[in-house]
Design a protein around this ligand. Sequence first.
Ligand SMILES: O=C(CO)[C@H](O)[C@H](O)COP(=O)(O)O
Ligand SMILES: [Co+2]
Length: 229
Amino acid sequence: MSQDKLELIRNAGPSVLPSLLLCDFGDLKTELARLEDAGTQVLHLDVMDGHFVPNLTYGMPIVEGIRRHSDLPMDVHLMISDPLRYAQPMVDAGADLLTFHVEAVEDAGEVAREIRSMGAAVGVALNPDTDLSALDGCLDDVDMVLVMSVNAGFGGQAFNPVALEKLAALKQSHPDLLLEIDGGINLETIGAARAAGCDLFVVGSAIFKQDDYAAAIAALDAEIAGGVS
Ligand SMILES: O=C(CO)[C@H](O)[C@H](O)COP(=O)(O)O
Ligand SMILES: [Co+2]
């Protein structure tokens, strides 16, 4: 199931992934319908534990609730101190791609292999201050690298261009790896991320602060198309 969904995620690229961090959780069903009508192919869910990051969001019940109302592949961004503790419950709740932070674990390769053994695709994320060398030894065991362009924890932060250098370096060293960017992506920044080789573009504020999600996503798609792959 998840390997099929991984193919869907791969084939979706280059694509905008709405981050549900800033959606109306009081009316999630309508929000999901609006995103599907806007052509969304993959959802990005931000799970924060109030420990690895100073913010608290949601866990398995919300992921499972979203799964009940949408068949879209779910890219679950774990901003938590102990990703393996919750990996299997997240897979059971419907996560297709589970991404953990390299800063949270001692052996990223081992964590990646364990998540894969649960039947999910796996991504590894790194914050702006974390050097790419932190990924040494785990890139053969992941399907995707999530390059953060803000410090994980909150929506609505300003884009940090250090992410562009990391994307370009990863594209060169690992051309087959799926690359995702997250944080401060909007009409001004998305083209540069595409030009740096990015495939998946997580967007929160630049969609959810607009009245018309479809128009917001179409404008972002147009900027992606204008970038150099
Ligand atoms: O992982 C995240 C925050 O840690 C979110 O995915 C991200 O911040 C989306 O929000 P925005 O587009 O407003 O930056
Ligand atoms: Co995220």
